[in-house]
Design a protein around this ligand. Structure first.
Ligand code: PLP
Length: 384
């Protein structure tokens, strides 16, 4: 592999220096934040929170959206609402951000890592079906891991770097086994799977508006659901489980202060208005990378899966299997010359707190994580 050729191809597309993903705060953000500051409604109650929830429902087609303080909190509540209890197992890819595994741990559950496929970078439905067929018994309508004796309550599928996982077969597998499918859609705002927005075809999904995501509210997240009862519960447990009353402080269960401040929601509302522009710009940037790397040997630019329209949150250069030994050199060469690149996350089953969790054969995940190089992907680099 010729590292200089790869470096040159990246520098053909983006200026130096370039961050991996920086926010582009534009449009009405200043006006909406000023409105919060002027009115004093800066904290956990205010009209921008309601508006953000409505705007998200309209944008995604989900019936309900509940804003949260961050994506991890949204994911934690999704799992609680999915019925995840202490001692349950939660299936999830090992190739994911730490929040996916931590959210299961916060419920007292045990992450159980499953394999990804190269086509989508998400959970491999064929291997998952075979695996569950081997290890799961149905007892009293529940999926039970025959090896551990624990209930397999949920599967979290994650749409890696904004590329939708193959949802249809996952929905089918989970439906047959009585496993709740939850989407970690933190990276996939604006991504479509067969014409449906990610996070709207399953019972619960989590979004993130962290500073590095396609749309940011400074920090924030949301729960998407089509189920009115779940939406009400989501609102309740994320807002300290307070029973509405003119003056009494009454709480009917242990809730969380996972409320999104209004000032953050205000930024989020403005950012959502810019999302169509960001999506166009990021698609353009992806096309530029694809063109620049067309004739570069030993690597390819990851393209959106069939049946999907990705948001291209992060652009990924995928090294050939024979070139994995060059990943460190590439990271060094780019980062030391002002082009910020990052590898994939360390796989969850390699981390000390999760290395004894159950897992299936993770050959492909291991392989992918040694081949992924994420390159500068900020919306402003799309040059539209
Ligand atoms: C960003 C992200 C989250 C949640 O992030 P917060 O920083 O808590 O908003 C969860 N899962 C994945 C895959 C993410 O990329």
């Amino acid at each position: 592999m010729n590292v200089d050729v790869i470096l040159a191809a990246i520098k053909d597309v983006v200026p130096t220096p370039a961050a991996l993903h920086e926010p582009l705060i534009d449009g009405n953000a200043w006006a909406y934040v000023k409105d919060c500051l002027d009115s004093g409604w800066v904290s956990s109650v205010g009209s921008y929170v309601d508006r953000l929830e409505q705007d998200l429902a309209v944008l995604t087609g989900a019936k309900f959206a509940v804003a949260t303080v961050n994506g991890t909190a949204a994911l934690h509540c999704c799992l609680l609402l999915a019925g995840v209890e202490s001692g349950d197992e939660v299936l999830m890819p090992s190739l994911t951000f730490i929040a996916t595994a931590n959210a299961a741990s916060y419920c007292g559950a045990i992450p159980h890592f499953v394999e990804c496929e190269e086509l989508t970078l998400g959970v491999d439905p064929i291997k998952l079906a075979e695996y569950l067929n081997d290890i799961v018994d149905i007892r009293g309508g529940k999926a039970v891991n025959r090896q551990s004796g624990r209930t397999v309550r949920a599967l979290v599928c994650m749409h890696t770097f904004g590329h939708p996982a193959d949802l249809d077969p996952l929905i089918k597998i989970c439906g047959e086994l009585g496993i709740v499918l939850v989407e970690d859609a933190a990276e996939s705002l604006g991504s479509m799977y067969k014409g449906h927005h990610c996070g709207t075809q399953t019972s619960l999904a989590a979004l993130s508006f962290n500073g590095n995501k396609i749309v940011t509210s400074g920090g924030g997240g949301a729960i998407l659901t089509n189920d009115e009862a779940l939406a009400k519960k989501a609102k309740h447990i994320t807002t300290t489980a307070k029973v509405s009353h003119k003056w009494n402080f009454n709480h009917d269960q242990i809730g969380f202060n996972y409320r999104l401040p209004n000032v953050n929601a205000a930024i989020g509302c403005a950012q959502l208005e810019s999302l169509p522009k960001f999506l166009a710009s990021k698609r353009h940037l992806a096309e530029q990378y694809i063109t620049a790397f067309e004739n570069v040997p030993d690597v390819k630019v990851f393209k959106e899966p069939k049946h999907a329209t990705s948001n291209y949150w992060l652009n990924t250069i995928l090294l050939d299997k024979a070139s994995t030994s060059n990943l460190e050199t590439l990271l060094e060469a780019t980062n030391s010359t002002g082009t910020m690149t990052r590898p994939a996350w360390n796989l969850m089953h390699r981390l000390p707190m999760y290395d004894s969790c159950p897992c299936m054969n993770l050959e492909v995940s291991e392989n992918l994580s040694a081949r992924i190089l994420n390159v500068p992907s900020s919306a402003r680099l799309g040059d539209l």
